[in-house]
Design a protein around this ligand. Structure first.
Ligand code: HEM
Length: 415
């Protein structure tokens, strides 16, 4: 694809993602303009109204490794400007903290997310998958809602110790928080994404208050992440209930939609590549590699944003202090310098250094949970349903950030 003045490239508009990420355009830009200035609507030529898109694998790693130059805290991690209230709430989450505060908040949590601790959840995750599939009769289902949405909600609900009767409500709030560019998902009831995140934070504040009362003098406190967070010191202080609200919001939203997207995007990738699905059915030991390829090829998040803290040059481009900079995982994952035949979906790809979980400082804390959910889900799905077929066109979320399907009609058969 040639980029000419008549076909001004637009990798910002959510409409450019209507039928999937604009991979041909991204490949062309990686070649011709790997640190690319993208205007945002409303301010056609002013640099204040746009951002630098970082498209090559090596550069995405570089930006992610240098939080002192590329701050997550200064302007947050999405391209749209947030009002001070929402930005302040976001700065209470790991994703939008810079060092040294970021390290002080992340350190106490790391021990709950190691591969060893998470490995202990395998039996329970398998049980949840089996329960979900047992409820599904043979026949036609809408895979996104009927199948994938329950797993991440239950896993996070159990991790945090939330009452099961609240899981659906929390899931819906998380979905709304992440779907602001799609009116069909966000709804037209005047209830915006800001309202959903506020409501979730308020739920968390009430939950923290109740849990503190339970912990007060309890002989056997619940052993979950909520207890750990409420009893740990972050930067030398205990969290207030309000701090907990922001933190909770992050854990719930970070681990929910992304995982759901991996599962539904993954099944879609397999169904549209029947040779790969057949190979997987023939040899289930390929499943862990298939999950990595799903994460690379159908990565749940297209980008995250940083803000330059000083003037800096990247690939010969002058980035000014205060400029927005977006690292594009979607582009880095198909970088020709790193991946052979990068547009191909190949479940045996090795090595597979995709950047779907980010890199360095903010590398996904839930990576082992996500990988475990992915592996166990596909093991159980393929074992339960020997016959799976697409029965219609999938529908995508209108978003330049979340690479999600909102509908995936399939037929699941036990024989
Ligand atoms: C397929 C599923 C998932 C994907 C694709 C994903 C992706 C990401 C990405 C791209 C980042 C930011 C990296 C950066 O800024 O460099 C991140 C951070 C994070 N993720 Fe995940 N994630 C997933 C699942 C989860 C789960 C299941 C949890 C928790 C239960 C989780 C918790 C977090 C947290 C807490 C952070 C912030 C880490 C920090 O800033 O230090 N994620 N994730």
């Amino acid at each position: 694809m040639t980029v000419t003045p008549d076909t001004a490239p637009d990798i910002y508009s959510p409409d450019s993602y209507a039928s999937g990420a604009p991979h041909a355009l991204l490949a062309e830009l990686r070649r011709t303009s790997p640190v690319f200035w993208q205007d945002m609507p409303g301010t056609a030529t002013s640099k204040a109204g746009g951002y630098w898109a970082v498209l090559r694998h090596e550069d995405v790693e570089y930006v992610s490794q240098h939080p002192e130059i590329f701050s997550a805290e200064r302007g947050g991690i999405v391209l749209e400007d947030l009002d001070e209230d929402r930005l302040d709430a976001l700065r209470g989450t790991l994703l939008a903290m810079d060092p040294p505060r970021h390290r002080a908040y992340r350190k106490p949590l790391v021990k709950s997310f190691t591969a060893r601790v998470v490995g202990g959840m395998e039996g329970r995750i398998r049980e949840i998958c089996r329960e979900i599939f047992a409820r599904i009769p043979d026949g036609d289902v809408e895979f996104v809602h009927d199948v994938t949405s329950s797993l991440p909600t239950q896993v996070i609900g159990e991790l945090m110790g939330l009452p099961p009767e609240d899981w659906d409500h929390i899931h819906r709030l998380a979905e709304r928080t992440n779907s602001q560019q799609d009116p069909e998902v966000a709804g037209n009831d005047g209830y915006g994404p800001g309202d959903a995140s506020r409501e979730m934070a308020m739920y968390a504040v009430r939950f923290a208050m109740r849990r503190r009362q339970e912990l007060d003098g309890a002989e056997e406190p619940p052993e979950d992440l909520t207890t750990l967070i409420l009893e740990s010191e972050f930067g030398g202080k205990l969290m207030t209930d309000l701090d907990f609200g922001s933190f909770f919001m992050q854990l719930v939203t970070a681990g929910n939609d992304t995982t759901k997207t991996m599962l539904s995007g993954g099944l879609h990738a397999l169904l549209t590549h029947p040779d790969q699905l057949a190979a997987l059915r023939a040899d289930p030991s390929l499943i862990p590699g298939a999950v990595e390829e799903i994460l690379r090829w159908a990565n749940p998040l297209h980008y995250f944003r940083r803000t330059a803290t000083r003037d800096v040059e990247l690939r010969g481009v002058r980035i000014k202090e205060g400029d927005k900079v977006a690292v594009y995982y979607t582009s880095a994952n198909r970088d020709e310098d790193v991946f052979a035949d990068p547009q191909a979906f190949d479940i045996t790809r090795k090595p597979n250094p995709h950047l779907s979980f980010g890199f360095a400082e903010h590398f996904c804390l839930g990576v082992h949970i996500a990988r475990l959910e992915g592996r166990v889900f596909f093991e159980e799905l393929l074992a339960t349903f020997p016959h799976i077929e697409l029965t219609g066109e999938p529908k995508r979320l209108r978003s330049n950030l979340n690479n999600s399907l909102t509908q995936l009609p399939v037929r699941l058969m036990r024989n």
